[in-house]
Design a protein around this ligand. Structure first.
Ligand SMILES: *Cc1c(COP(=O)(O)O)cnc(C)c1O
Length: 394
């Protein structure tokens, strides 16, 4: 048997006719930039994410870059983020000329540790450094702990930008001062939420795409102008932006897929549950293989709110490299997200002497297994059998 890490084939088979019809409609309309199809999709995604506005952009990376530009964050500004994420999170900060400041992650969730964030904010203030923004990432489909993170941001009067590229539709429990819990969608808690429609995300286009959510009425006008070279009105440029537009061709495809998104999330969650049962059945769970942890599983309302959308199903084992080689050799697709932390990257050699031990350990131990919605029970069985055979053959 062969189990790929991701197979979009079944999904495109199901939606093929619908997609071809929609793309044909765009082609025949001859309206290829912005327009009503894009606007309608933006409104639907914003509503889905519990935000007032959505601004379609060319990629998740550009969603981040454009937010930073719209918020006038640049040289001399410091942006607090995590060292354990896809490069684009840090790359966007560097590209606008700002300085990333790293906070270590929580061992269990892989996300920014709010206690460590508090320490860093205090340290930065003590050194006389203003922080221009806090940029948490909702890694692998589970939200960073936004209750404490936004509380810290409010205390220091710093805006939060959510990197929600992997977490469209994920919910986060936020506890208010009266101990009341409200479940909030990724992209509705920060000043903006930055989403990616890269094909491997839970909502993926037929190419690159992204979107910024916000409920800030003034900011949305600036964002819309930024994606169009900072023009407002046309040919008059109060600011510098870029060509960050999302094509209507992508918008109509994503619009179709959006209708299926919750059912796909559900299948990913079911697959995760099956993995859990099979690993436990083999006696591998916890002792040998550390399974992903759903941080919010015991919060009231967790059942009804999708608190992990499993963009990736990431296990942890100390012998990760040997296991990965074994799985690939035996037909099981798997990938390391991410083998090297951001502060250790060559392009930021000035940070290389910094140390974030929990992130570094995650980079050594984590391994993503297939979790896509169309995975069959037999394929999941095969993945777990193969992992079990790795341990018995050792
Ligand atoms: C995918 C991703 C991005 C970038 O999105 P693109 O659409 O590929 O530019 C940014 N941050 C995170 C955490 C991502 O996973």
């Amino acid at each position: 048997m062969n189990v790929p890490l991701l197979d979009l084939g079944p999904q495109i088979q199901l939606l093929r006719n619908e997609i071809i019809e929609a793309v044909t409609r765009v082609i025949d309309s001859t309206r290829y930039i912005l327009g009503p199809e894009l606007q309608s999709f933006e409104e639907k995604v914003a509503a889905y994410c519990q935000a007032d506005f959505g601004v379609g952009v060319s990629s998740g990376t550009d969603a981040l870059v454009m937010t930073l530009m719209a918020m006038e964050i640049g040289p001399g500004d410091r942006v607090v983020t995590t060292p354990y994420t896809f490069f684009a999170t840090m790359g966007s900060v560097l590209r606008v000329g700002a300085t990333p400041v790293f906070v270590d992650i929580e061992e269990e969730s892989f996300n920014m540790d709010p206690e460590a964030l508090q320490e860093i904010m205090e340290r930065e203030q003590g050194r006389g450094h203003g922080v221009a923004a806090i940029l948490p990432v909702h890694l692998f489909g589970q939200c960073a702990d936004m209750g404490p993170i936004t509380a810290i941001a409010d205390k220091y009067e710093v805006p939060v930008i959510e990197d929600a590229a992997q977490a469209i539709g994920a919910c986060c429990p936020v506890v208010d001062s009266k101990d009341h819990i409200s479940w909030k969608k990724a992209g509705s808690m920060g000043r903006t939420g930055c989403f990616s429609f890269f094909p491997s995300k839970n909502l993926g286009g037929i190419g690159d795409g992204g979107l910024v959510t916000t409920s800030d009425k003034e900011l949305v006008d600036i964002l819309r102008s930024c994606r169009n070279h900072g023009a407002s009105p046309k040919y008059y440029h109060p600011r510098i932006g870029g060509n960050f537009r999302l094509d209507p061709v992508q918008a109509v495809v994503l619009d179709i897929k959006l209708q299926y998104l919750d059912s796909w999330h559900k299948k990913r969650r079911q697959n995760s549950k099956i993995y859990g049962e099979l690993f436990a059945g083999k006696g591998l769970a916890e002792t040998t293989v550390r399974l992903p942890v759903e941080k919010y599983r015991d919060m009231p309302g967790a059942e009804e709110h999708n608190h992990h959308i499993y963009n990736q199903y990431v296990i942890r084992v100390p012998e990760r490299d040997a296991l990965q080689a074994y799985l690939l050799e035996h037909g099981v697709g798997c990938e390391v997200y991410y083998p090297r932390c951001l502060h250790q990257q060559e392009c930021v050699s000035v940070y290389n002497d910094q140390s974030f031990p929990i992130a570094e350990k995650a980079a050594r131990e984590s391994l993503a297994l297939p979790i896509y919605p169309d995975l069959t029970r037999e394929q999941i069985d095969f993945v777990v059998e193969t992992i079990a055979s790795f341990y018995t053959s050792k």
